[in-house]
Design a binder for this molecule. Sequence first.
Ligand code: NAD
Ligand code: ZN
Length: 355
Amino acid sequence: MATKGNLSAVLRKVDDLSLEERPIPQPGQGEVQIQMQAVGICGSDVHYWKKGRIGDFILMAPMVLGHESSGVVSAVGDGVTHLKVGDRVAIEPGAGCRQCSFCKEGRYNLCPDMKFAATPPIDGSLCRYYCHAADFCFKLPDHVSFEEGALLEPLSVAVHACRRAGISIGSNVLVCGAGPIGLVNLVTAKACGASKVAITDIDEGRLNKAKELGADYIFKIDPTKDSRDIAKEIENSLGAADQTIECTGAESSFHTAIYATKSGGTLVVVGMGKPVVQFPIVDALVREVDIRGIFRYTNCYPAALALVASGKVDVKPLITHHFKLEQSLDAFETSRTGAGGAIKVMIHCNEEYQN
Ligand code: NAD
Ligand code: ZN
């Protein structure tokens, strides 16, 4: 096997990300080999780079980063019938064991044996060639770009969050945080039929992007202010939120999210901050506010793709920066600092950048 030809962005240890030539992998049974095209940088990639761990997932050995991705099928393993060489695909980065009760019930995101790209110890897809389970690759229609294909990953988080929130026609929705995840939740809530969506952030630039993407109300938050007062202010414009989707991970925002959700409403917690926080449990329980967590997504890629392919959501405005694979370090630095108003930073993995 050739030991070169697969330039890969490898995280060796905390703060040590560099490019390395690795062998080109060959597809096993049920897998396809993909010539990678677009890979978006996610906050978790940056977190592994700078901290080496997220919760119990700890970087113990060098690992390729990247999991928001798309490419072109370049080889097909045995048993694969629905894809062929040349197909353009979006890659759903995690596959469950297919055997446990969670997998069988369709909640494979809860599978204890989940293998998820760029979650230690599984290599990610920020490289030239990558092999993946074919049933977790989704063929892109010609008019859906590779970048949009990569963005199906965060969009699937939003599909799962909006489904678990029960957003539907006429909903009044509050989204806390206008980072990439808050923004995809905004556009997905609208696509679910929400009539009004309010969004918060502490950053003016991100709120402006939210406005561009269709937010009805934007709130610049001063996190030192009392959360009840902030919630009141939101309620004065939006009304009480039928559903709230928390996408900051900040404790104070979690408080605002509870206070701003209407009695009998639902709060979905997406943001991952401190593992243990204080929260106003009595206020939540006496008003029967349902608090639900989400972890990634399950069976959401087809809906995310349909949203993009039908034109019901436009994720392209999230993309602010482009880099080549060789410039991965610059790309990560841009994503980490948010320099130049960075929201979603895209890396293009092959020399001839196509879209
Ligand atoms: P991000 O850091 O880019 O966005 C967070 C946004 O929240 C930023 O724009 C920040 O300015 C804003 N913010 C911070 N404090 C705030 C406050 N007090 N009030 C209002 N806004 C505030 O991150 P992201 O990529 O958009 O991801 C958002 C969160 O979702 C992260 O915590 C991430 O770990 C989490 N996440 C969870 C899942 C899951 O499966 N549960 C999946 C993906 C991401
Ligand atoms: Zn399983």
